[in-house]
Design a protein around this ligand. Structure first.
Ligand SMILES: CC(C)(COP(=O)(O)OP(=O)(O)OC[C@H]1O[C@@H](n2cnc3c(N)ncnc32)[C@H](O)[C@@H]1OP(=O)(O)O)[C@@H](O)C(=O)NCCC(=O)NCCS
Length: 156
């Protein structure tokens, strides 16, 4: 059974070594970049501050993937965001990505402040689109920074 672990001083190096296939590099930032970004989060004009928290996806003691979630309880549209998801090229197609997404959604469902979860992806990233659609994400029709936006309503 895979598990999700926080990024710590002990595992950030091994998580930074994970990578996707050459042809997938345009879909996701490096884990090293994401871990750096998480130190600061992001201020979005009109929306306020987004906190970012990175996690590793593990199978036993083997790091197989990485994800990063964002929170902004004051934002109007999305209060939770799936900022990054990747599974190392050696471990793709074995259910780790779906496991990571289910964990994220459980995490957000447990927090009443999160009403809608957002996600964004390159429009031609078919694998990601299918995975997110199967979990109930619906495209809003918006494109931001060249990425399609999709939303999942958890509560009203
Ligand atoms: C997208 C990604 C995270 C999926 O992780 P994964 O562990 O390979 O996926 P899983 O084995 O859990 O499969 C989940 C679903 O994804 C879809 N999927 C994954 N790869 C696919 C592909 N190459 N083609 C079509 N569908 C694909 C399938 O719908 C699959 O559904 P199933 O569970 O019914 O088989 C992984 O392929 C990846 O890291 N890709 C590169 C980085 C990326 O694109 N990240 C997302 C950025 S928005």
């Amino acid at each position: 059974m895979p598990e999700i672990r926080p990024v710590t001083r002990d595992n950030w190096r091994e998580l930074s070594k994970l990578s996707v296939r050459e042809d997938q590099r345009e879909f996701v930032a490096s884990n090293l970049y994401s871990i750096a970004e998480a130190q600061f989060g992001e201020d979005i004009p009109g929306e306020g501050h987004w906190d970012m928290t990175p996690f590793g996806i593990y199978d036993g003691d083997t790091p197989v993937g990485f994800l990063m979630i964002g929170h902004n309880f004051d934002a109007r549209k999305f209060q939770g965001f799936v900022i990054r998801l990747m599974v190392d090229e050696k471990y793709q197609g074995k259910g780790y990505g779906r496991f990571g997404m289910n964990w994220i959604l459980e995490h957000f469902r447990a927090d009443v402040r999160v009403k809608t979860v957002g996600i964004s992806y390159e429009p031609h990233n078919e694998g990601a689109r299918k995975l997110y659609a199967s979990l109930g994400f619906v495209e809003t029709g918006e494109i931001e920074d060249g990425e399609a936006i999709a939303a999942l309503n958890l509560r009203s």
